[in-house]
Every structure is written in C-alpha cells, then in structure tokens.
Design a protein around this ligand. Structure first.
Ligand code: 4NP
Length: 149
C-alpha cells in the first residue's frame, strides 16, 4: 500500500481538497490518501464549507473528513508528504527526525510546475473564487501525482 499525505495549515481548506481530488483519480484499494494540518486550530472540524462546495461542484464528497494535526509519526506512516505551501513545507521539515523523513516532503505544485517552488495560495480569508482557483491548481497537480503512483 502506497500512502500519500496532503498537508496545509488548518486542514480545512486546501489539503482536504487535495485528499478528495487525489482519491478520485487513483485506486483506493492500493493507495491510501489522507490529509493533516500543521496547526491545531480546527482539529476535529469538517472541511470549510467553501471547500465542501467546490468539491461537490466537481462530484467529490469530502464531508467524511475531519481535521487533524500533522505529527512526526506521520513520517513512519506515509511515503509521500505533499505540502501546500512553503511555510507548511518548512514546518513539516522542522519535525523531520532524519534525512529519510525529509526526503518524503515535497511542495505539491512542483508536480505540475517542476522546480518552481510555487505555493497553493491560502484561500481562507478570501472569497469563493479563491477556492475555485485552488481546486484547479490541485486538480492539475493530482493528475500528475496519480499518473506516477
Ligand atoms: P488551510 O486554510 O490551511 O488551507 O486549511 C486555513 C484554514 C484556517 C486558517 C488558516 C488557513 N486559520 O487561520 O484559522
């Protein structure tokens, strides 16, 4: 079983979308996809209603998800850890215990736009358009990830 973890700050906007989108593109019998946040603000909460809505628009149900915090144990569990932005990337890497852990961490947009180190913008304080934009960026990146898995 290959295991993929999507990570953002709150685990309510971007990484739940990334989890749902990647799950829709792969065989869930052989690949496990989960998500987590580097902050604990929203632990136990449903995804943001704007993420739920944009996922629903494209036929993806993410209402089974509940926010949780990333921990260093996730390095033992997961093969690929995708950070949504540079700040999450740094936070995750700061918890790495060795170079093996560190090698598992990638910026998700480097899959669709290699070597550019671009970030998925945090849509939390913006409007609905921000969530559509995030959805499209993640859809593109997850298509590449799914093709490689
Ligand atoms: P996410 O978005 O990291 O994509 O889940 C955010 C959610 C909540 C907050 C910030 C970003 N917050 O500050 O509560």
């Amino acid at each position: 079983m290959t295991k993929v973890l999507m990570v953002c700050l709150g685990n309510i906007c971007r990484s739940p979308l990334a989890e749902g989108i990647l799950q829709s593109k792969i065989n869930t019998d052989t690949i496990f996809v989960d998500s987590a946040g580097t902050a604990a603000y929203h632990v136990g909460n449903l995804p943001d209603e704007r993420s739920i809505a944009v996922a629903q628009k494209y036929g993806i149900d993410i209402t089974n998800q509940r926010a949780r915090k990333f921990t260093s144990k996730d390095f033992d569990e997961f093969d690929f850890i995708y950070a949504m932005d540079e700040s999450n990337y740094q936070n995750i890497v700061s918890l790495a215990r060795n170079s093996e852990d560190e090698k598992k961490v990638h910026l998700i947009l480097n899959e669709s736009q290699p070597n550019q180190n671009l970030s998925v913008p945090d849509p939390y304080y913006g409007g609905k358009d921000g969530f559509e934009n995030v959805y499209q960026m993640l859809d593109e990146a997850c298509t590449v990830i799914a093709s490689k898995l």
